[in-house]
Design a protein around this ligand. Structure first.
Ligand code: PMP
Length: 406
């Protein structure tokens, strides 16, 4: 069980007041707050052991290198990867998708097909669009129903021998949708030889993930949404697939040998990590993984499910509030909302006066907003440091804002 009042003490930001009110932070879908252990660990590296990794033979460099590489192992255990060599550090989920799209699509043939869904984040659309334009590939989008769920019949009808990539969000940053990953995987594997990539930006911070059990091929992870610092994320891929991919960025430690006219690549994971890696951020992410591991991801998941249930009922009772949230029994604690005739930015500005931090905009899911005839929504997302009181405050502030703005 997570006791929010105790846990909040680990997060110094909650000492702040906003507009004279306690901070009600409901924007973890954009980025999570950081516990002291992460902040202190990064300060510790800069204060006591800073040196570039993989390069020095001296004590400081050996210490940072050991800490950096240890994080790979922590992440391996966290998602149950087959090997720590499968953990590739990237700047974030977006860079992960850019790497995968560039590296995978280069080996595809004109006319090959990529399947995404209608509710993808731009990070899982634009890199594929760019690669599709370059290599003459076709992108198909799985329909998302009125109850904000994937249309599996449509997915089945799209799968064919030309399908080479299926890349779908693991937990929607709009509707909280949690697609059945195992079901998608078995459909994809039964009907195609495509790779199945899961966008784990929202999924991995909230739910226990076992990539071996899921049977997927790649997973993109965002460090800053799971208590870690910005500038660090992970691409996990099956070893045999990663070994067959070419690097996209060159330079630094990603080589085995360099000649004036050619070069050979280092083994994975280093083949994909060009230049000085964000080792301090990676070590910070290691502290975040420790924090979540100590809480136990089963508890984190249960907290998300309980809070989502509470928030859904609470927000569902507000007159005049439209909520983009799946009806499914299982979903993330994420609610994109709108009020007819009121711009989402105006509501979020009003909520700020109550100390409530939510985001307004299209949340990098513009095509799906367009499908719903909305240019913007305001979005609340709950995480481990949020409790029922946060959603009480939010609901009350929304009701007051509606009164004032309509
Ligand atoms: N996918 C989803 C579903 C997201 O919510 C986000 C972040 N908003 C991303 C991808 C991009 O992640 P990052 O910030 O790590 O690039």
């Amino acid at each position: 069980m997570i006791k929010v009042s105790d846990l909040k003490k680990d997060f110094p930001i909650f000492d702040r007041e906003i507009n004279g009110k306690r901070l009600t932070y409901l924007d973890s879908g954009a980025t999570s707050q950081k516990p002291n252990s992460v902040i202190n660990e990064m300060t510790n590296v800069y204060t006591n052991m800073n040196a570039n990794v993989h390069r020095g033979t001296y004590v400081l460099s050996s210490e940072t290198t050991a800490k950096y590489e240890e994080v790979r192992n922590k992440l391996k255990n966290f998602i149950n990867a087959y090997s720590s060599d499968e953990i590739i550090f990237a700047k974030g989920c977006t860079e992960g998708f850019n790497f995968l799209a560039n590296s995978i699509c280069k080996d595809l043939n004109a006319g090959d097909e990529i399947i995404l869904s209608e509710i993808e984040h731009h990070a899982n659309i634009i890199p594929w669009q760019m690669a599709a334009a370059k290599y003459n590939l076709k992108i198909n989008y799985i329909n998302v129903s009125e109850s904000f769920e994937l249309d599996f019949d449509h997915l089945e009808s799209l799968l064919n021998k030309n399908t080479k990539v299926v890349s779908i969000v693991g937990e929607s940053n709009i509707s909280g949708m949690l697609p059945d990953i195992k079901k998608i995987n078995s459909l994809v594997k039964d009907k195609t030889d495509a790779v199945y990539i899961v966008d784990g930006a929202q999924l991995v911070p909230h739910r226990k993930i076992d990539v071996q059990d899921l049977g997927i091929d790649f997973l993109c992870v965002s460090g800053h949404k799971m208590l870690g610092p910005t500038g660090i994320g992970v691409v996990w891929g099956r070893k045999e697939l990663l070994e067959n991919l070419d690097p996209v960025y060159g330079g630094g430690d990603m080589i085995e040998e360099v000649f004036y006219d050619t070069a050979t690549w280092a083994p994975i994971p280093h083949k994909f990590e060009a230049g000085t890696p964000p080792y301090v951020e990676a070590i910070g992410l290691g502290a975040a993984v420790d924090y979540l591991f100590n809480l136990d991801m089963n508890n984190v998941q249960k907290h998300s499910d309980d809070l989502r249930e509470y928030a859904k009922n609470k927000l569902g009772n507000i007159d005049g509030l439209n909520i983009i949230h799946t009806n499914s029994k299982l979903a993330g604690c994420t609610f994109a909302m709108s009020v007819d005739g009121v711009h989402a930015t105006d509501i979020s500005l009003m909520l700020d006066t109550f100390g409530v931090a939510v985001r307004a905009g299209h949340h990098c899911v513009q095509p799906f907003h367009r499908k719903l005839n909305l240019d913007a929504t305001f979005r609340a997302t709950g995480y481990i440091y949020n409790d029922e009181e946060d959603f009480d405050i939010l609901s009350n502030a929304i009701e007051e804002s509606i009164k004032l703005l309509t």
